[in-house]
Each structure stands twice: as C-alpha cells, then as structure tokens.
Design a protein around this ligand. Structure first.
Ligand code: F6R
Length: 260
C-alpha cells in the first residue's frame, strides 16, 4: 500500500514516501501526466533531466509505461542538466551513455529532441555553446519540469558551493567531494574530470516545476540543510527555498533529519 506524507515547508512541497520505489513511481506518474496532457493539447513537453543513481527507478518506470501502457515520448524535448568536461559521448562514464542506457534507448524519443551538454566542445567555443543551450531551452518556451538529485556538497546540477542564484549554463570546476563520489565510476579519483558543463541555478529556477529527489539516510543531512538552513551559496540547493513550484520527493531515510 502506498503511503505518502505531504507537507508544505516555507513554500516547498515535501512528499515523503515509505521507500524510493514508491517515490520513483509517483514521480514517473507526474512526468507521464505532463507528457500526456501536453500531447492532448498538441504541444511539446519540455523536460529537464538528471543523471546519477537517484533518477534510475523513475526512468525504469517511464520505460515500463512506454512498453506496457503506450506512453509515447514523440512530443518530448529533453535537456540534461550537465556533462563532464572534457568527455567523449562514447565513453562509458559520459552522461550521454548514461541517458541512452537508462532511458533513451528504450523509448520512442526523437533523437533530435535530446539535448545534453557537449563534453567535446572546444574550450574557445564553450561560452557561446552555453549561451546557445540557454537560448534553445527558451526557444521551446522553457522547461516544464526539471528533475534534480542532490550531491553531498548541496549541489544541484553541478552548481557547487560558490554558485550564484542567477548563474546560467557554464563551465564549472567540480568540488573534490563530488569528484571523490564519482571515483568508483572512473577507476579512481585521478581519472574523474576536474570540470563539467552545467545548467545554472538561474536556469533551473526558470523551470515551471522542479522536483528534487533524494533517497536514503546518506542524503538526510544535506536534505535537512537544503530545506531548513538559511539560503546560502555554501549549499546551492538552499536557493530552491525561494523558487516557485518546488517539490522535494524523499524516502523515509532521506527525511530522517527534517524537523517537520
Ligand atoms: C546529475 C547531477 C547531480 C546529481 C547528484 C546526486 O545529472 O546533476 O547533481 O543529481 O550528484 O547524484 P546521485 O543521484 O548519484 O546521488
């Protein structure tokens, strides 16, 4: 049986589920509802997507809905949050490979509708490329829904501590904590890229709806800070407190340190 506890804390909806499986199914259902309602209106659904461990079950459920319930992605435009830099799209650690493996290869999304920051762009062209990424999002009318995970540093996307609230898509240096967390995927921290291209906090802020997901007690401390501490550049996820349309979707473990 599904148990969900919904609360609003300082304007943020906080939904706590018994476990990450139930939570992921509920998030996938929201995405499917958006895709279907946009389709009925003859419009595109513009999704901001995340990589990492957190959204994998959401993507699994979307694939199941595609295969068993005829959920179509033909009207879906996607923009991924980030990509390591430099990074070849064919490398197994690339976010291109991740998205293909966990979602795109299994649904009927139109290849030309998929946007992931280019980890191979020449360094001289990065600034113009990032501006064009922003403009492309705007040209589709902005993001209808942005999915987020949260890193141990409090990053969203790769907006590490020090990021400003109005930051846009740009090249950033990764925090050492973030690089350490990625080390297992790269056969050691020495192989983890030092940089990434990421949407900015300001890019995320413009999304019509933002869902930040976190699972397990390992995320409890940063989730508590993100929701309850003062807004600070030291924990970029705290910026979400002042954005509209934010839902934090947690399992019980990730909610253990909240005072709600
Ligand atoms: C991924 C991203 C990151 C992750 C975060 C949590 O595209 O932008 O912010 O969401 O590092 O990673 P996981 O889900 O692996 O714990």
């Amino acid at each position: 049986m599904k148990t969900v506890n919904n609360t609003t804390y300082k304007g943020t909806t906080v939904s706590v589920y018994d476990n990450k499986h139930e939570a992921s199914i509920a998030v996938a259902q929201q995405i499917a509802d958006l895709i279907k309602s946009k389709n009925e209106a003859g419009e595109k659904a513009v999704l901001g997507l995340a990589t990492g461990a957190t959204p994998i079950e959401v993507y699994n459920e979307l694939i199941r809905m595609h295969k068993e319930e005829e959920l179509s992605f033909q009207n879906v435009i996607t923009f991924n949050l980030d990509e390591y830099y430099p990074m070849e799209p064919t490398a197994k650690q690339s976010y291109v490979a991740f998205m293909n493996e966990h979602l795109f290869d299994h649904v009927d999304v139109v290849k030309e509708h998929v946007n992931i920051p280019d980890g191979e762009i020449a360094s001289d062209d990065v600034a113009a490329y990032c501006e064009a990424y922003e403009q492309k999002i705007t040209s589709y009318g902005g993001l209808d829904l942005q999915l987020l995970g949260i890193g141990r540093t409090g990053h969203v996307g790769f907006n590490e501590p020090g990021s400003t609230v109005d930051s846009l898509t740009r090249l950033v240096e990764l925090n050492e904590v973030t690089r350490a967390d990625a080390a297992a995927n790269f056969d050691g921290i020495a192989h983890v890229p030092t940089h990434a291209i990421t949407m900015g906090v300001g890019t995320i802020a413009k999304a019509k709806k933002i869902i930040l997901m976190a699972w397990g007690e390992g995320k409890a401390e940063i989730v508590q800070k993100a929701l309850e501490s003062e807004i600070t550049t030291e924990v970029p996820a705290t910026y979400l407190q002042e954005f509209d349309g934010v839902e934090m979707v947690l399992d019980k473990g990730a909610a253990t340190k909240l005072s709600l």
